[in-house]
Design a protein around this ligand. Structure first.
Ligand code: ASP
Length: 585
């Protein structure tokens, strides 16, 4: 028997019990005749003591143990004189009688502690060692519990889990597909699913009116900090439902998960139209944990001879509470921040609302005290507050200020810890006009339905009308992170054809790529709607963390590589020729 107990479970009540533990050597300490070894497994750490008065030879062997060696220890549980209140096992230790080295270990390239000394790259290369660390273990444990709770809740609501294929034909969701060459079908390729979208809709046609799946999805995107080429969704679809039914069901799921897994009762899930979100927060995924809403200042800021403002479509500001005392240097840093190409603002105007009631701005030349007071009044700014103002093209400027709002809140610790603020963003536009390509893109995806009252306008309207169509599409946002998104779907062949036409497909292209779906719509497709949650993101957000990577056992790095197994990699000539592929490199 390798062990009678794990390294996290022994307590004072186990005193005098004979036990056997197996685990990794976390650390060893020598005190003259006594040698202490911290033995670790995924359940915890237990202190083992070797006493040379008791058994000199055994203690000598214990002194030679190295970090991360795998050992088995038998002995007696006893009360510790020097207790460690920070450890659940901290009241006891094992007085060792036997020691077996099960395996040696090289000295690990970084410390296996909660705070490791290893850099990112190194820890990714030795991910199996990184995964031994407490924070990552806790993350994976959390993930596992969350998945179980998702299954418990949804199956309790009559959802059934159905697996859909991974080798499919392209599903356009706005990203590039990963493709897989087919050996048996020369010159042809499968695509890995960006999501099971079309399959879940086909399941609705098939009558499985509540489907879910915790499923891998694949998107070949240029990688940004918080993206992974393969990621996991909680994917769902329901038939005979309205948007309202979907929102209520998944508000229910979200509440359940926070309650079950975190012991947190969530508050309201307000619903905010897309336009309102963008107007008030400069973002379609507003973080509601703090205020600093955007305030339009055109009326008070234009026509005073300041050319930059007068030429702008929009002058818009935020009130930063209590920050009138920022230094020149701090304000310059904010200006530099908005001028970075990622944000792209030309400059930043500030107004300090001084404690004595006076104002000091970066545009004092153009605006006197009275004018600045008007700004402050419009923005609700009081003595001690700071106003930050941007101007330019309306849409871009709102986005820039929305970003600055987040940056300022983070930089100056204005985001309360441990708070969760969910909301539904609803009424997204159906289509998005892209000036560069002179084409419409689907704002959500091509299977999203316009609102019922918009169908007529969509079928008969002109080009401008199309820009204003609203969809029954919705996102769940928590703390400024998009947790999920979905929509009511088109289930009528004619409307789906019209949508593809608007998106620039010829009838032949639409038929070739989606004939199977539109064909299915002709065989009794029920009204249906659905949603998908980003599972990795949900894990991170529920833990107040920003990186999804820490919740994925074996993630890719920023270049989309797995540096541990060294993938992607070349394949040999024989494999290539079997696949009828030729590479000219
Ligand atoms: N398939 C969509 C996505 O991956 C979600 C949905 O519409 O259900 O975003």
């Amino acid at each position: 028997m390798f062990r009678t107990h794990n390294c996290g479970e022994l307590r004072l009540t186990d005193t005098d019990t004979e036990v056997t533990l197996s685990g990794w050597v976390q650390a060893g300490r020598d005190f003259g005749g006594l040698t202490f070894v911290d033995l670790r497994d995924r359940y915890g750490i237990t202190q083992v003591v070797f006493d040379s008065d008791d058994d000199a030879a055994l203690t000598e062997r214990a002194r030679k143990l190295g970090r991360e060696w795998v050992v088995q220890v038998s002995g007696t549980v006893r009360e510790r004189t020097n207790k460690n209140p920070n450890r659940p096992t901290g009241d006891i230790e094992i007085l060792a009688r036997e020691l077996t080295v099960l395996n040696k270990s090289k000295v690990p390239p970084f410390t296996i502690e909660d705070e490791s000394d290893g850099g990112d790259d190194l820890r990714m290369r030795y991910r199996y060692l990184d995964l031994r660390r407490g924070p990552l273990q806790r993350n994976l444990l959390f993930r596992s519990k969350l998945a179980l709770s998702v299954r418990a809740y949804l199956s309790g609501q009559d959802f059934i889990e159905v697996e859909t294929p991974n080798l499919i034909k392209s599903t356009p969701e706005g990203a590039r597909d990963f493709v897989v060459p087919s050996r048996l079908n020369e010159g042809q390729f499968y695509a890995l699913p960006q999501s099971p979208q079309t399959f879940k809709q086909l399941l609705m046609v098939a009558g499985y009116d509540r489907y879910f799946q915790i499923v891998k999805c694949f998107r070949d995107e240029d990688l940004r900090a918080d993206r992974q080429p393969e990621f996991t969704q909680i994917d769902c679809e329901m038939a005979f439902v309205t948007q309202e039914d979907v929102l209520n069901t998944f508000e229910g799921l979200t509440r359940y998960l926070f309650r079950e897994v975190k012991g947190i009762e969530l508050g309201e899930f307000p619903r905010m139209p897309y336009e309102e979100a963008v107007g008030r927060y400069g973002s379609d995924k507003p973080d509601l944990r703090f205020g600093m809403e955007l305030v339009d200042l055109n009326e008070v800021a234009q026509g005073k001879g300041f050319q930059v403002f007068d030429a702008a479509e929009l002058v818009v500001g935020i009130r930063v509470p209590g920050k009138a005392d920022l230094s020149r240097k701090q304000l310059d840093a904010l200006t530099d921040w908005v001028k970075r190409p990622q944000i792209g603002a030309k400059g930043l105007v500030y107004v300090k609302c001084n404690a004595d009631g006076s104002y000091k701005s970066s545009v004092d030349k153009f605006f006197d005290q009275e004018a600045l007071e008007q700004w402050a009044r419009t923005a609700g700014a009081e003595a001690g507050d700071l106003m930050l103002v941007l101007s330019g093209d309306a849409e871009k400027t709102r986005t820039q200020l929305g970003n600055l709002r987040l940056h300022v809140a983070a930089e100056y610790d204005m985001i309360p810890a441990g708070v969760f603020k969910p909301l539904w963003v609803v009424d997204f536009p159906l289509l998005e006009w892209d000036e560069d390509s002179q084409r419409f893109h689907a704002m959500h995806h091509p299977f999203t339905s316009p609102k019922r009252e918009e169908v007529e306008r969509m079928l008969n309207g002109d080009h401008e009308t199309m820009k204003s169509l609203k969809a029954d599409a919705y996102d769940l946002v928590i703390n400024g992170a998009e947790i999920g998104g979905g929509s009511v779907r088109i289930f009528d062949r004619g409307l789906q054809e019209k949508n593809f036409q608007l998106l620039g497909f010829t009838p032949e292209e639409a038929e070739e790529q989606f004939g199977f779906l539109m064909g299915a719509f002709e065989y009794g497709a029920p009204p249906h709607a659905g949603i998908a949650f980003g599972f990795d993101r949900l894990c991170a957000v529920m833990n107040g963390q920003s990186s999804i990577r820490d919740f994925i056992a074996f993630p890719k790095n920023n270049q989309g590589r797995d540096v541990m197994i060294d993938a992607p990699a070349r394949i040999d000539a024989e494999q290539l020729s079997e696949l009828n592929l030729k590479l000219d490199l």
